[in-house]
Design a protein around this ligand. Structure first.
Ligand SMILES: CC(C)(COP(=O)(O)OP(=O)(O)OC[C@H]1O[C@@H](n2cnc3c(N)ncnc32)[C@H](O)[C@@H]1OP(=O)(O)O)[C@@H](O)C(=O)NCCC(=O)NCCS
Length: 158
């Protein structure tokens, strides 16, 4: 006898690919959910020249997360500027996959290390970055009045 499931199990296969202009509306939707929409369309458009990776659902082809990084060739350093995963898809290793793919892309550019900064209150994100090999190097505040404190984290590429 066959049994009908009320809801099919959702096994999500994820593919990683570079972002294109046509992806920007969906990226901005995820940006709004993750960061309250700090970056605008033009900041994302300019980032298409950098390392800009998307995680896409292999079944539906929907974008479920993104990562933006840039390269400072003089300092031989890559900088991860943004990582976000749609709330419905968090906790499935998608950010980890995006970050690990960005290591491959940044390694091709002959850089020595990767840097990022993260709000000290984002314990989950700090845990994620530690898990993929980043270490906290410095803690700094952007203002004395507000409680805006960030960690600078770095990882050697070679
Ligand atoms: C942070 C963020 C990108 C993580 O995406 P994700 O796909 O859920 O992350 P992963 O599933 O790859 O998590 C890997 C590890 O990171 C840590 N982690 C991630 N999110 C966490 C959370 N909310 N709380 C605690 N640990 C967390 C865990 O160690 C986790 O490993 P585990 O699943 O074995 O416990 C996602 O929660 C997000 O988009 N947040 C809003 C935007 C943001 O804060 N971006 C990062 C700061 S720039």
């Amino acid at each position: 006898m066959s049994v009908m499931l009320a809801e099919a199990p959702r096994e999500v296969g994820i593919g990683i690919r570079p972002a294109l202009v046509r992806d920007l509306p969906r990226i901005m939707e995820i940006e709004r959910l993750a960061f309250g929409g700090q970056w605008d369309y033009y900041q994302f458009k300019a980032s298409l020249e950098d390392v800009f990776l998307l995680a896409v659902d292999a079944v539906t082809a929907d974008t479920v997360g993104f990562l933006v990084a840039c390269c400072c060739e003089i300092a031989r350093r890559g900088i991860i500027l943004r990582v976000a995963v749609h709330p419905d898809f968090q906790g499935r290793g998608i950010a980890t996959e995006l970050i690990e793919k960005s290591f491959e892309e940044l390694q091709k550019k002959n850089l020595d290390e990767i840097e990022l900064d993260v709000d000290v209150l984002k314990r989950g994100a700090i845990g994620l970055y530690e898990k993929v090999g980043f270490q906290v190097m410095e803690v700094f505040s952007t203002s004395e009045e507000n409680d805006d404190t960030f960690c600078i984290m770095r990882k050697k590429l070679k």
